[in-house]
Design a protein around this ligand. Sequence first.
Ligand code: HEM
Length: 406
Amino acid sequence: MLSQQTIDIIKSTVPVLEMHGKAITTRFYQILFAKHPELLHIFNHANQKQGRQQTALANAVYAAAAHIDNLEAILPAVKQIAYKHRSLGIKPEHYPIVGENLLAAIKDVLGDAATKEIINAWAEAYGVIADAFISVEEGMYREAEEAEGGWRDFRPFEVVQKVKESEVITSFYLKPLDGGKLPSFLPGQYISVKMTIPGQAYTHIRQYSLSDRPGKEYYRISVKREDGAGETPAGIVSQYLHEQVKEGDILPISAPAGDFTLDMTKETPVVLLSGGVGLTPMMSMLQAIVECQPNRRVTFIHAARNSLTHAMREQVTAAVSGHPQSVSYVVYSEPTEADRTHGSYDREGFIDLPWLQSVLPDQHAEFYFCGPVPFMKGVYRALREWGVPEERIHFEFFGPMGSLVE
Ligand code: HEM
């Protein structure tokens, strides 16, 4: 139990740390990796370089600290992060390392303003926050391990099939090397792949949504090749998967995780909206509904640049045609001449509210969406404008968490 005095110190210093948030966490990562280079096997170097993870961790620590006397209130956020940690293989013994270096960074950045009293209060508060994460994560490890066919950390999988889905997206069909069972998962969940790339000093771990329905004898992921443009570097892992990984290769995989999932206990109509490679969790949701919920109404809306980058079109058509309650629409932002000739899309441009209103009977549905940030912002704004309540809006960011509301 934290004393009232400690709680008061924490609450009064949260805004100060928030103000210096970026500087503190940037410093934190510098000293963390200098002292513990082995952690570079776990952290995403690309996120580090672009400063994305810095903001995510800072925000989470301050949000937790601001609720230090009522951590229950932020349990959904804790769970989401804990799933990510569990998927990455974060262990209880990692927490003191992070805590120690975070405090050192606070001291470095705040200088004399960081009194002994303040540092002690934050050390205590960090301990409470860390314990909350460790206990939620332990529950998740146990759940993953105890599921039928389940496992705890990484398990070797064989790439049994590699299928090109579009000019930029390729699917990998994965089966456990030990020939054992595969646990089920909830449509929308992701797995982590741990990659050892020749010439790279550290392993790289990446999350990919499962893109087929549960209940198959394989897991499927579908990966976009990130070629890099402008400020954004090429994706070292996605390039390696596309160019080098072949059928028969072995990839270590962690068990399915994540809370962006379709509630299959409901029969409420569903609208699945995706942009680009954001279609992967939506494919899993669509296939699961088609397989298990013959009476559930589902609208599948996919936005791509044009037919060249449009993945899994035939799979969607096949799924929808076998399910009378479902319908699909295609939105192209830059259709090719051939697309225009064949009329192979339903809308040119972007998804906006008037168009959504023209294709959906009403807004009484559960809305799920995933895609690039501008797409997500557009969809979110349109749905809120239409009056869809927050609790029926579900979305997932690829990469570090972000915000749709500015
Ligand atoms: C991801 C918070 C402890 C390693 C994240 C994210 C948040 C976060 C908000 C982003 C989640 C997302 O993108 O969905 C925290 C908090 C911690 C903590 C509040 C302490 C209470 C740790 C520890 C480790 C760790 C002890 C291991 C040394 C990671 C890694 C990622 C991550 C590797 C993935 C992102 C990346 O690779 O850059 N954490 N974390 N975290 N966390 Fe933590």
